[in-house]
Structure formats: C-alpha cells, structure tokens
Design a protein around this ligand. Structure first.
Ligand code: BG6
Length: 479
C-alpha cells in the first residue's frame, strides 16, 4: 500500500527554471501515485511579485504533460501558495513563518518541513540562518533541507558554505542533491555488484583491467552561458556526477546496506585516489561543427568570446588501494558531443592462461538514454577449430518500462520525505571530491595547460583518444 507523507515544502527559488522543469512535475507525480495526498502544502518564494492564483497557473503549466485531468491538476495546485521574498529581509521570514504555521494547521502537517534551496549558493547560509533565527524550524515533526548544486566552487568555498549551514542544521538534516544518484541505473550499480556473487568475486584488480565512464551530451550550454562560463565541465559534471559514479563503482563492499556504511565506503575510495598528474587530464572546448550547423562555444550567448572554459574533460583517475592496486578509471564528459549517452564500460583482463588468445571482455552499464546491461564475452566460432567470436548477453529495458519508471527527482524527493539519505551527497564525499578537483584545476592553471579544441558534434579532441592509446587501450564506445 502506498504510504502517504505529510509535509510542508518551502521552496526558495520557486520561479526558477529547475522548479518548473523538475520540481513541480516530480511533486505532481508523487501526488498522482498517492505518496502525497491531502496533507501537503507548498510555499513558493522568490523575489518576483506573484499572486497565489498566478503561481498555481504556473504550476499547472509545469505539469501540463502529465496531468490526469484539469480538475486533478487544479486540486494539486490548490496546495500551493506564493510569497514574494527577499532572502536577506528578516521581516519576510516573520511573514513566512505565519503562513507556514497557518498551512501546518490547515493541512494538519504535524510540523514536518522540507526547505528546498534552489538558488545561488551564496544565499544558502543567509537563508538557513534566518530559518533558525526566525523560528521557521518547527519543534515537532522533521525539518529537512534539500540543497541544489553547485555546492561551492572549490573546496574552500564549499567548506565555508557547509560551515554556515551547519550553524542552523545538522548534517543528517541535509539532503544535497546529485540527480545522478536518483537515476535507476546508477542505483543499480550497487545491486549488480553486491547482489551477484559472480561480480562480487570478480570486481577487483585480479579480474578488471580498467573502467570507462562516459557522460556525453549533444546539447550545448543553452541559456546557461553565464553560469557555465564560470564553471566548466570539470566543476559542472566531474566534481559531482562523475565522482559519485566512480565511487559507487569502486567502493569496497559495505557490511550492510545502511546510509552510513555506504557513505563511509564511498569516502574511503575517494581518499584513495592517486594525486592527479597534468598529463592525465585533457581539457577541451568545442569549436564550430564540421558541417557548420553548430556554432563554437565562444560564440554562445553570454559566453566570453575569448573564453578558455572547458566544455569537455577526459581524464585518467587512478585508484591506489588494496582492492584496485592502481587500476585506472578513464572518464570523459562534454557538451556538444556526437550523441547523448551516459554509460559505463568495465573492461576485464584477458583470461589468466590465455589459451585461446581471447579479446578482453567487457560489461556495459547503460544509464541514459538506454537502461540496462550488456556483457560481451568470447564464444567459439561455429565450425572447425577453436576460433573465437564475440557474443553479447544483454538486458535492456523497454521504452515503455523506462517511460513508466519514476524520474530521479521524484524518487529523491520521496527519499527526503522518508528520511533516507543514502542517495544524497554527504559532506564527506563532497569535500573529498572538491579536494581532488581543485588539484586538477591548479595543475591546469600552474602549467597553463592548453585547451584542446574539438569540433562540435564529435567525441572530443584527439588528446582524449591519445590518453588511452598511450596506455595501449581505447574507448569501448566510439560512435
Ligand atoms: C547538470 C549539469 O548537473 O547535469 C548540466 O549542470 C547537465 O550542465 C546535466 O546538462 C546533465 O544531466 P543528465 O541527467 O541530462 O545527464
């Protein structure tokens, strides 16, 4: 039976793109499935002056694609209120508290509160401080804070941000979103590894030669040029998503499936990363596509025409612990690449005695747009002799299954309501990851590491291919 959850959501940044694209549709899906029912309410805040009616229309617009009926949508949207809010103004929090308390008794919410911070991180500390001072944190019920990325722009700033927030909330009340952790196939990494003896015994330096993580996008920076030009692929994608995926792939087995066990093992492996060397990291930027249909990054809206921001990163990350003994994980991510694909390729070693001269086998974990697994093995070629031919065992989810499975935000918000922090980024992971990224950034700056240009709609600069070739390897996926 579906368990209904009671809560008041207070969204900071309610007029933003993320709230519109992800949050309102996710809340609606939870409502449709009965995880939220009559006992929930939402207060949207932002600077703009909107009325409740206008806000509810915006919410209706956001759920347009999935709404069951106008009436159902309206009854969902009726739970939403809007308050124009200046995050620095104490008075506004006083009004916000009144509204929160009113809705709490109107909808019988037992003091359960979810504060959703979807604004520039420079305001996070100010907001959490006011929430505490102006007593928006309820005495009964739970108080949880969902924090959107970016969580700082380097280790120092993320630490300062974290310290600020911890003045008002405890770590176990914080839910730092990394939407990759809400993806079905990313969550499947742990079940694949720890619910299958076959892999449990071969997920180590003896059987695996190396891993490849690809997060390629075909889209460019769209309307986010201003943010992106200050960030770049290393901070936008590697620090969070790639490092999270890497830690799930390479962490040691937790003793049990509990939040702390999983988090601690992830942190352990991040601490075991070998200090990066500059020649192991490629920073790329897209130029115009070969057919001229896509412009160069430097010509994108709100991007500096002389920008040296990385829109592509490839790298070799070496894990230096007993389980892996310096096994490399090759990563690549970029905007304006040939195709959108999130995939992981695990390349196994040749068989030990190699009596048939086998080709290394590999396992592909398809995350997006396909979802599922493919294991490529060596089979005997039909006919005389003992020649080999590749064969693939695969299980890809149907389009219908993918369509019907819950979207990352929906699952993550439900986790917050249930108090399950496993699929969120803990400070331990965030801080270790920033420390590693800062080292790469510093190496690039200190050595004036050149930008390698690649034509838009390609798989990145030639340096990304040479990175593997110099180790006698190649990218498994090369469309
Ligand atoms: C976000 C980045 O975190 O992830 C975006 O800020 C990127 O730049 C997006 O486009 C990719 O997410 P997904 O789920 O489409 O792979």
């Amino acid at each position: 039976m579906t368990q209904e959850n009671k809560a008041l959501f207070i969204i900071f940044g309610a007029t933003g793109d993320l709230a519109h694209r992800k949050l309102y549709p996710a809340l609606y899906r939870l409502y449709k499935k009965g995880f939220l029912s009559e006992q929930f309410a939402v207060i949207g805040t932002a600077r703009r002056e909107w009325s409740d009616d206008y806000y509810q229309d915006v919410v209706m617009d956001a759920i347009e694609d999935s709404v069951e009926s106008e009436e159902h949508g309206r009854s969902f949207a009726s739970h939403f209120r809007y308050q124009s809010h200046n995050v620095k103004d104490t008075e506004h929090y006083v009004t916000l508290k009144k509204l929160a308390d009113t809705l709490d008794s109107e909808y019988d919410l037992d003091g359960n509160r979810v504060f959703y911070l979807s604004m520039s991180p420079s305001f996070f500390g100010t907001i959490t401080d006011h929430l505490k001072q102006e007593k928006l944190i309820s005495d009964n019920g739970f108080n949880r804070v969902i924090i959107e990325k970016p969580f700082g722009s380097d280790y120092e700033s993320s630490k300062a941000l974290n310290d600020d927030i911890l003045e008002s909330f405890d770590e176990n009340q914080l839910y730092r979103i990394d939407h990759y952790l809400g993806k079905e196939m990313i969550q499947s990494i742990l079940t694949l590894r720890f619910a299958n003896r076959l892999f449990e015994n071969s997920w180590n330096k003896d059987a695996i030669d190396h891993m490849q993580i690809t997060l390629s996008e075909q889209l460019g920076v769209e309307e986010r040029g201003e943010y992106y030009d200050k960030s770049g692929a290393l901070k936008d994608m590697v620090q969070n998503h790639v490092m999270q995926v890497l830690s799930l792939l390479t962490m040691d087995a937790p003793k049990s499936y509990t939040t702390n066990e999983v988090r601690n093992k992830k942190v352990d492996v991040l601490k075991a990363l070998k200090t990066p060397v500059v020649t192991d990291f490629v920073r790329g930027q897209y130029s115009e596509s070969e057919d001229g249909s896509v412009t160069a990054y430097r010509l994108e809206d709100k991007v500096n025409p002389h920008s040296t921001t990385d829109t592509f990163v490839a790298g070799k990350i070496v894990i230096d612990n007993d389980t892996w003994d310096k096994m490399p994980v090759y990563i690549r991510t970029g905007k304006r690449m040939t195709k959108k694909s999130t995939r992981i390729d695990i390349v196994f070693k040749q068989s030990e005695n190699n009596i048939f001269n086998d080709t290394p086998t590999h396992l592909t974990i398809h995350v997006d747009p396909f979802e599922g697994f493919e294991l490529t093995l060596n089979d005997k070629k039909i006919g005389p002799g003992m020649d080999l031919t590749p064969m693939t065992l695969g299980s890809l989810r149907s389009e219908e299954t993918i369509e019907n499975s819950p979207e990352a935000y929906e699952k993550l918000i439900l986790d917050v309501l249930r108090g399950d922090e496993t699929h969120f980024a803990h400070w331990g992971e965030v801080s270790e990851s920033w420390k590693f990224i800062d080292q790469i950034k510093r190496l690039w700056e200190d050595t004036n590491h050149p930008i390698a240009f690649y034509p838009a709609l390609s798989m990145g600069p030639k340096e990304a291919f040479e990175l593997l070739e110099k180790d006698g390897r190649q990218w498994v996926w090369n469309p």
